[in-house]
Write a protein that binds this ligand. Structure first.
Ligand code: SF4
Length: 323
């Protein structure tokens, strides 16, 4: 394996038993045969609408959810079935809802020091307090807040506390699960900038999950577009943002405002999909065919596979079938 690759996901699947709209038991394939790699120091953005499986995918990679199929490799080691204790400090998560992810009865010092119980087991009380102060200051907070409680802070400050908690264990890989979507716009760019600074200073690797393509484009080196449990397009910011090939990605892009009138006019000429994601996964064919303005007869019977259509650009669509 390429030693630059930190995370490798191979054919990963995660299912849930659910009841459908008429109350029958059925299986939801939340993540369905997903494969990709993330290089050390890279940010892979994952974008898609609510319910497409992106949060489930992030949590399954961290083994907070157990996979039903496929493999997860961390720095070349298969961690799909191993005891995760040695990996918990290396692989962290920053949650969407900062208020909900911080225990309201705990002081900030205890919240941030949670992980130090594992990595800083030998630290004295004083050293632990100094470490907490250092972490709070690292994320732009006053070290003097350590004895206060989460409800005393704004959403942006609470998310900084969540980031300090994730950094306490010196992680290498962080799943950022919609880390700014619950925040006011004024705080969003501050948190994104903080995450970028932390990445540079600590050589972190991110998987950045968001339903907002404009946010993902801002922070990501590469972007994966997810639809009904599958990655339908994967490429760099330019490939996805300017040369998007999958009709679903193009539909997502129409929701992102652009300052360039030429690009904006070109987008207006693109038919917009009437996206239906509440009808479950079709038993055959392309998962997007019921919504796709370009659907062809083959799309209803044959599921397109993710394949390279240009350097650094993969797409699962019959419009881009192999010659
Ligand atoms: Fe549309 Fe067919 Fe491509 Fe699916 S495979 S996105 S239905 S053109």
């Amino acid at each position: 394996m390429d030693d630059k690759i930190l995370i490798s996901v191979e054919n990963l699947s995660k299912n849930f038993a659910v009841r459908n709209r008429i109350g029958r038991k059925t299986v939801l394939h939340a993540v369905d045969g997903v494969s990709f790699q993330i290089a050390r120091g890279e940010t892979l953005g994952l974008v898609g609408e609510s319910g497409c499986g992106k949060t489930t995918l992030g949590r399954t990679i961290l083994r907070l959810l157990e996979p039903d199929g496929g493999r997860i490799l961390y720095d070349g080691t298969d961690i799909t079935r191993v005891n995760m204790r040695p990996y918990r400090s290396k692989m962290q998560i920053i949650f969407q809802d900062p208020a909900g992810s911080l225990d309201p009865r705990s002081q900030i010092c205890d919240i941030v020091a949670e992980g130090l119980c594992v990595t800083g087991a030998g630290l004295s009380r004083g050293d632990r307090a100094s470490k907490v102060t250092e972490l709070l200051e690292k994320v732009g907070l006053d070290g003097g807040i350590a004895r206060r409680y989460p409800h005393e802070f704004s959403g942006g400050q609470q998310q900084r506390i969540g980031i300090a908690r994730a950094l306490a264990v010196n992680p290498e890989f962080i799943v950022c699960d919609e880390p700014v979507s619950a925040l006011d716009v004024s705080y969003q760019s501050q948190i994104i900038t903080l995450l970028e600074q932390m990445q540079e200073n600590m050589n972190l690797t991110y998987m950045f999950i968001s339903h907002d393509l404009s946010v993902v484009r801002h922070i990501s080196d590469r972007i994966g577009v997810m639809y009904l449990g599958r990655i339908v397009e994967l490429g760099g910011g330019v490939e996805i943002g300017v040369h998007a090939a999958h009709p679903y990605t193009r539909s997502l892009l129409t929701a992102v405002p652009v300052p360039d009138p030429q690009v904006s006019r070109a987008r207006e000429q693109e038919p917009i999909a009437d996206i239906q994601t509440d009808g479950g996964i079709p038993s055959q064919g392309c998962r997007f065919h019921a919504s796709c303005p370009h659907a062809m007869p083959v799309c209803a019977v044959e599921e397109p596979q993710l394949r390279e259509i240009a350097p650094n650009h993969l797409c699962a669509c019959h419009l881009h079938a192999a010659p």
